[in-house]
Design a protein around this ligand. Structure first.
Ligand SMILES: *Cc1c(COP(=O)(O)O)cnc(C)c1O
Length: 401
């Protein structure tokens, strides 16, 4: 069985063996302390070279300095990597290769035009009623396909008091904002009391109805989800969380424990997944991920087409692939397990949903539909004739004039 819901503290076998091999001096209490995980992040070529059999492409990238995006992996996440196989999905997402230094047409450092929608440093206000609040530019582990690689890890978005106050002040004087999404970087990489202060200040603003936290901690540093953190977070309801998960191998006992604590605190959990070539771009992998997430009480929320971020060409796959995956999920597994597939429009148009086409066309007073197995069905749509010209796809099976 490669997945189970743990009861109480639990450590995966692979993680235990890794700790014994590379951190033999660390006690269980240290390993399970997120501060220890942060202090012992794997960052140097020598460390990677000791823990993994590096491929030439990884070796070159790790020896080269001046990457736009820093390199760091928590010991916990490092323990999930396959030391022998550079093509292992999790390994590809956190260990850089030379491919990162290629620049392709259409790529940009800020493809979503976030900087153009930023009224105050650290706030992105693109949609009418909600804002992105970039808490911190630091991450415990840097994903090589990061959509904010232009700014993470550079220290400019540190959670300095006056910067945080300016962001909160923008929200306070903008009554249209009813939803604040804390992101970064990793918003949970700041101390509990600092986060408590931000949430308290936001909660004191009458027009802020909900707060969301976008995080990858449950996947890369589940030790961060302590009982103390959860106790603090539950004071600030309604609070929701979007958790970045990529691959079923991230659904470990540790990660399941972290999600269970959050879910038990009444925090609705959603997942965000980036579609990545050779990592999760097949139906079987994605279905297993979504099913594991449901067992962890995480409701799949978004599947993102990979943004055309500079140096990401080796991760990008086609839109057809994304549609094929959604088609392979819808009807074939629990509807709760089917995320919305979106392209975040380059230039700052926001998230645009994409669906496989289940509407075949119109025939007389009927709409012709295709089910998940590809069979055709009709639905009598009495008002359709005159009103819904939009439904005319020009691909009606047999058009009667
Ligand atoms: C994704 C995003 C949001 C949140 O979008 P939802 O569809 O409400 O989850 C808000 N602001 C920005 C700038 C975003 O990129």
């Amino acid at each position: 069985m490669d997945f189970f819901i743990p009861r109480g503290e639990c450590i995966g076998e692979r993680t235990r063996a890794f700790r014994r091999a590379f951190f033999p001096e660390a006690s269980a209490a240290e390993w399970n302390d997120w501060h220890w995980q942060l202090r012992n992040r794997v960052r140097t070529f020598e460390q990677f070279d000791r823990m993994l059999a590096l491929s030439p492409a990884e070796r070159l990238a790790l020896q080269r300095d001046g990457s736009m995006l820093p390199v760091a992996v928590t010991p916990y996440y490092m323990s999930l990597l396959d030391p022998a196989n550079p093509q292992q999905p999790l390994r590809r997402t956190v260990v850089p290769t030379q491919a990162e230094h290629l620049r392709m047409p259409g790529e940009a450092d800020d493809p979503l035009g976030e900087d153009g929608h930023s009224p105050v440093q650290g706030i992105v206000h693109r949609y009418p009623d909600r804002v992105l609040f970039l808490v911190h530019d630091f991450c415990p582990t840097y994903c090589r396909y990061c959509t904010r690689s232009r700014l993470v890890g550079h220290g400019e978005y540190s959670p300095k008091q006056e910067q945080l106050e300016a962001r909160i002040d923008y929200i306070r004087r903008t009554p249209a904002v009813r939803d604040v999404l804390l992101s970064g970087g990793e918003p949970l990489s700041i101390a509990d009391d600092k986060l408590d202060w931000i949430l308290t200040e936001l909660r004191r603003i009458p027009h802020v109805e909900i707060v969301r936290i976008g995080t990858k901690s449950p996947a890369v540093m589940p030790q961060r989800i302590t009982p103390e953190l959860v106790k603090m977070l539950r004071k600030h309801h309604p609070l929701l969380m979007s958790i970045h998960f990529l691959h079923p191998d991230e659904c470990t006992p540790e990660s399941a424990t972290a999600c269970a604590r959050l879910a038990d605190a009444g925090i609705p959990l959603g997942s965000q997944t980036v579609l990545l070539k050779g990592v999760n771009d097949d139906v079987a992998t994605m279905k297993r991920l979504m099913q594991n997430l449901l067992m962890m009480r995480v409701r799949p929320y978004y599947l993102y087409q990979c943004d055309p971020i500079s140096g990401s060409s080796h991760f990008r796959t086609t839109v057809e692939k994304g549609l094929e995956i959604i088609q392979g999920l819808r009807g074939w597994t629990t509807g709760y397990g089917v995320p919305t597939y979106v392209i975040d429009a380059p230039g700052g148009g926001g998230k645009i949903p994409l669906q496989p086409d289940y509407l075949v066309g119109r025939e007389g007073g009927d709409v012709v539909l295709r089910n998940f197995e590809g069979r055709q069905y009709r639905y009598p749509d009495p008002r359709g004739r005159g009103g819904a010209a939009k439904l005319e796809k020009g691909r009606s099976p047999r058009r009667k004039s």
